[in-house]
Structures are given as structure tokens and as C-alpha cells.
Design a protein around this ligand. Structure first.
Ligand SMILES: [Mg+2]
Length: 275
């Protein structure tokens, strides 16, 4: 029986130095493996056992390991996972489907057509962001894949009220706001990870979808899955988000990434044995 394992990447499987969340003395910290280089520097990490488990999952005969990320394709391609290249990957929050690493242009076209008819255009949202964000804490404003936008902000300087006001402005316009570390995303509501997962489910004939994620942009992915897990850190944990079939894990940071992989592999093995 084929199982899809659709998991978010940043702060779910892989962790930047700032997101490691290691609360042990340096001498007892786990050894880490770099899985991403950026400007010739290591950027994202997993623990050694996590690296082995990613390779195992990617090579599993009864499972598809589907990296499911809001990253653009370019940002995703910087990641260098151990093991075979995943057959399918989801980028741009569902806006792009990669098949054997190559862009599925038909999928992107169908997503764009759906967006055109259901929410205000990206340009209008960007104008609003640039008009209302304060240059004292706004570090960068970026367009991603001509689909959505994100800001890099100085969290300590940005008022807590600003993302809430932005979300209240965006929601009636069909857009979702998600704050993850230093990045604040504004994403069209219909641009979802779950829609792309549904497409891969259809193509592979998978019977079960397992999912993991930490942010508001993962909520639809978790809800659409048969079983889900979320870390003890992140936007979903801090807002108390819950669903009956989604297990809230207590662990935090890079160790939680390792725990998620252990659970996913165990579930894949059990489902494989049932068939
Ligand atoms: Mg994440």
C-alpha cells in the first residue's frame, strides 16, 4: 500500500542555526548535518539520525517522501537531502509541483487560473504591504514565483499588532498571513499545499497521506492528511491550533525534526505491513 509522506521543511524537518532550539550545554549538543548551503555558508541542518532517516524514507519502496514547502523552487533546490531525489516535491506553497526535480508547468498554469478568479491580485497586496510597513523594521520585501509575497522583518522592532492588522485587511481579500521567524508571508488563500498533495495522491494512487508542519500555512495540509504531527514550537503550537487526527508533539527545535522522522518511518512501516 502506497503512503504519501508530505512534510513541511523549514522548522519541521530542517532548521536554520537560529531555529535549532537546543537547550543543552554545547558539549552535549547533537552532531548536525548541513543540508543547505547559501552564499557558500551552511544554512539548514538536521541531526545525524534525521539525515539517515530522510534517506531511508526517500528510498522506501512503499512510500513517496514529498517535501512540501512554501520555498520558491530556487530556494528548494539549494537543499541537498541524503538519499534519492524525491519523485515529487511541492514548492511555492502548492504553486509548483516538481516531478523528478523538473517543473510541471501544467500544474502551475491550473493553479494560476484558479487564483485569478478567487482573490485580489498580488500587486494590490504588495502595494498595501509597502505602504503600511515601517522601514525601521522592514528589511526586505520579496515576490515569490509571481504568486505571493513575503517580508523579512526585524521581529524585535515590529509591533505585534501589525501582522494582526495585516491579516484583518488580507482575509476579506482572500489572502492569508503567516509569521514564521523573521519572515512574514502573505499568500493567496486558495494557494495551498493540500491542493498539490491531492494532485500527487491522484497521480500515485496513494491510499494514506501522512503530514507534518509547524506554521499556519501547514494547517490545510495537516487537515487534509489522514494522520498529522506538529512540533512543540512554531505558529500552530503558539496559537494552540489543534485537530483530532493531528498529534501535538512536545519536543522543540531540531530534535523535534528527528522525532517526526522516526514517527513517520514507523507509520510507513506499519502501513506497509498491513497491505
Ligand atoms: Mg515550517
Amino acid at each position: 500500500m502506497t503512503t504519501l509522506v508530505a512534510t513541511d521543511l523549514d522548522r519541521t524537518l530542517i532548521y536554520s542555526a537560529a531555529a535549532l532550539g537546543l537547550d543543552v550545554p554545547d558539549a552535549r549538543a547533537p552532531r548536525l548535518v548541513s543540508v543547505e548551503m547559501y552564499d557558500s555558508r551552511p544554512q539548514s541542518f538536521v541531526t545525524e539520525p534525521a539525515a539517515r532517516m530522510i534517506a531511508e524514507l526517500a528510498a522506501h519502496p512503499d512510500a513517496f517522501f514529498v517535501p512540501t514547502t512554501t520555498r520558491t523552487r530556487e530556494q528548494y533546490r539549494r537543499i541537498n537531502f541524503p538519499g534519492p531525489v524525491p519523485r515529487y516535491a511541492i514548492c511555492a506553497n502548492g504553486g509548483h509541483l516538481l516531478v523528478d526535480g523538473r517543473t510541471d508547468h501544467d500544474w502551475n498554469l491550473s493553479v494560476r487560473q484558479a487564483l485569478d478568479s478567487s482573490c485580489v491580485p498580488l500587486g494590490e497586496v504588495r502595494d498595501h504591504l509597502v505602504r503600511t510597513a515601517d522601514p525601521s523594521w522592514l528589511l526586505k520585501e520579496r515576490e515569490a514565483e509571481e504568486l505571493f509575497t513575503y517580508l523579512v522583518v526585524e521581529r524585535d522592532l515590529m509591533p505585534d499588532s501589525w501582522p494582526k492588522e495585516l491579516a484583518a485587511w488580507a482575509e476579506p481579500r482572500g489572502w492569508t498571513v503567516s509569521l514564521q521567524g523573521r519572515k512574514l508571508y502573505a499568500v493567496p488563500g486558495p494557494l495551498t499545499k493540500s491542493a498539490a498533495v491531492a494532485e500527487i495522491t491522484r497521480r500515485t494512487g496513494a491510499r494514506t497521506v501522512l503530514a507534518a508542519g509547524d506554521s499556519l500555512l501547514d494547517a490545510d495540509l495537516l487537515l487534509a492528511a489522514h494522520e498529522g504531527w506538529r512540533p512543540g514550537h512554531g505558529e500552530l503550537a503558539s496559537t494552540g491550533w489543534a485537530a483530532p487526527h493531528v498529534v501535538p508533539l512536545p519536543s522543540r527545535g531540531v530534535r523535534c525534526g528527528e522525532e517526526i522522522l522516526r514517527i513517520l518511518l514507523r507509520r510507513v512501516a506499519a502501513l506497509s505491513a498491513e497491505s
